[in-house]
Design a protein around this ligand. Structure first.
Ligand code: ADP
Ligand code: ADP
Length: 232
């Protein structure tokens, strides 16, 4: 089953002479349970692509379907709700709210939808991320690796269809990077969590099932590294 399908995806920034074609008619699909790495030189359009897949931008042309929903036919409010329920985003610099504790940051998207927080799920997530003893800490009281685990918890809390990560280890040392990648792999293998991750680190890219190589706003190569492990 395709969990993600995009076609003809184009993003042009600016107008006239200052115009940049950041993404040029990109087309690909991802199956549920795949772990996909996006690689390519700086400026090749990786972040632009990830933002469009995550519903946080608008394409100049083309479509993105997540679990059968055509994202950019939704109005802003519906898109925001869809995003909070079905798409998890993880950034290089964590993007945590400094005045909220680790656990408050994790459940934030839920609170924004005025939904009742499932404390069992919260405890599961804290345990999976080895953060039980840090739940009441503020981001400033946590290490970089711990902050990134909180941001992964926030992204996974709602069982998203897609987990999108933009250089999640870009700010971490080797040991913490390996820990983050093994958590993402575990989530992918045990729970068929679909993961799409941008990375500069070849060691990380080679742990994916599939690698998309971008240049000049296009996918130049789409390589299967190994069969994805899908349970059903
Ligand atoms: P990557 O993530 O591969 O480094 P980006 O998607 O960030 O690439 O950028 C692709 C191209 O789009 C680059 O030429 C970049 O300068 C340009 N770009 C990215 N964001 C903007 C923006 N907000 N306004 C104008 N140009 C942008
Ligand atoms: P249930 O199906 O009973 O709701 P889950 O299978 O969702 O339970 O969760 C059981 C365990 O898996 C918990 O430890 C939870 O933290 C973890 N978990 C669930 N989904 C994910 C995921 N996408 N990534 C990582 N861990 C997950």
């Amino acid at each position: 089953m395709d969990i993600l399908k995009c076609s003809n995806l184009t993003r042009i920034y600016g107008t006239g002479g200052g115009k940049t074609v950041a993404l040029n008619h990109v087309r690909f699909s991802v199956q549920k349970g795949e772990f996909v790495a996006i690689v390519g030189p700086s400026g090749s359009g990786k972040s632009t692509l990830l933002h469009l897949l995550g519903g946080v931008d608008r394409p100049s042309e083309g479509t993105v379907e997540v679990g059968g929903t055509d994202l950019y036919t939704l109005d802003e409010d519906k898109l925001a709700i869809f995003r909070r329920r079905h798409i998890g985003l993880v950034y290089q610099f964590y993007n945590l709210i400094p005045v909220l504790t680790a656990e408050e940051n994790i459940v934030l998207p839920f609170l924004l939808d005025s939904r009742k927080v499932d404390t069992e799920r919260l405890n599961e997530i804290l345990s999976y991320l080895h953060l039980e003893d840090r739940r009441m800490y503020l981001p400033s009281q946590l290490s970089g690796g711990q902050q990134q685990r909180v941001s992964i918890g926030r992204a996974l809390f709602t069982h998203p269809s897609l987990l999108l990560c933009d250089e999640p280890t870009g700010n971490l040392d080797r040991k913490n990077s390996e820990e983050i990648v093994s958590l993402l792999k575990e989530s992918n293998r045990r729970f068929d969590q679909t993961v799409i991750l941008i990375t500069h680190d070849e060691r990380i890219a080679l742990q994916a099932d599939r690698m998309l190589y971008m240049e000049d706003g296009q996918i130049l190569r789409d390589e299967m590294i190994r069969q994805p492990c899908v349970h059903s």
